[in-house]
Design a protein around this ligand. Structure first.
Ligand code: AMP
Length: 288
């Protein structure tokens, strides 16, 4: 039986509503996002819809996962548009809190997943994953889901959340959804809205690099240095793109890999743009 759509902004009323639904035996799914929804987010919502009686979308641009020189203040926001898109996927509830409702003055407690948060994006964005793990913990406590859905686009984030759920005994199933791409290969991202026409073209070098590495792997190449060189080549040939990292790591532990003998992830972060306009994009592909 459907429930009427509701938006909650206060953690207390959100949790009270879910407690009632759980008492009625409903299976709850949550999809945490920062809004500016695109088809990637909608794929998560559809996967959640297929898994649960009640689907909760959360929209919160979480300040603690942004560094001091990052794009918090200009991050795209469109709650009305987001809710219209999400309702077309059949969500039941939305949780859209203000930052003041989520962080108590004098908060001192953070969740930090130690080793998995060190490399890759953790190395270039200090504190980012502690911000992510903490807000996801809080959203889990407020929305009390049976299942939570995340995208493989944020591969390291997904690995960290899976480990956190295991380490801290959250009774929540984590479901992941493959990367949704534009027809030309660019991974969908809310940050793609920042790209100029030239940046948008330069951004294709990420998926081109991943495809080149995959082709080399399919042709029998196993050495990380060669696979990484194939992945870097199209990005290095692009004047508007600067590599932050391109790395090959164990798909579970995120430790460095020299030869692809087991499932490995080729992960990259690339800054696209000129001096006045920079957008940091991430992408990845599991090989092996
Ligand atoms: P964000 O709003 O960027 O924090 O992302 C919210 C969720 O959507 C995360 O679990 C992301 O991994 C997921 N997501 C973002 N972009 C994509 C995409 N292109 N394909 C699949 N999932 C995505």
């Amino acid at each position: 039986m459907n429930i009427p759509f509701e938006i909650h902004r206060a953690p207390g009323t959100m949790r009270a509503r879910v407690e009632d639904l759980r008492r009625d035996g409903r299976r709850i799914a949550v999809v945490p996002t920062m809004g500016a929804l695109h088809e990637g987010h909608l794929a998560l919502l559809r996967a959640a819809r297929a898994q649960a009686d009640i689907v909760i979308l959360t929209i919160f641009v979480n300040p603690t996962q942004f560094g001091p020189n990052e794009d918090l203040s200009r991050y795209p926001r469109d709650e009305t548009g987001d809710l219209a898109k999400a309702r077309s996927c059949g969500i039941d509830l939305a949780f859209c809190p203000e930052a003041a409702a989520m962080y108590h003055a004098g908060a001192q407690t953070f969740v930090d997943v130690l080793e998995l948060a060190k490399p890759l994006c953790g190395a270039s964005r200090p504190g980012h994953f502690a911000g992510v793990a903490t807000i996801v913990t809080k959203l889990f406590h407020i929305t009390l889901p049976h299942v939570a859905v995340f995208g493989e686009k944020d591969y390291q984030q997904l690995a960290i959340i899976r480990r956190m759920v295991r380490d801290l005994d959250f009774a929540i199933e984590i479901l992941s959804v493959p990367i949704v791409r534009e027809p030309d290969g660019l991974a969908m991202s809310s940050r793609n809205a920042y790209l100029s026409i030239e940046d948008r073209r330069a951004a294709l070098s990420l998926s081109a690099g991943l495809a080149a590495a995959q082709a080399a792997y399919a042709a029998g190449e196993r050495a990380a240095t060669t696979l990484l060189a194939a992945a870097r080549a199209p990005i290095e040939a692009e004047p508007l793109a600067r590599i932050d990292y391109v790395e090959l790591r164990d798909a579970e532990e995120l430790t460095p890999v020299e030869r692809v003998e087991h499932r490995s992830v080729l992960a990259m972060a690339v800054v696209v743009g000129n001096e006045t306009r920079k957008t940091r994009l991430i992408d990845n592909r599991v090989i092996g």
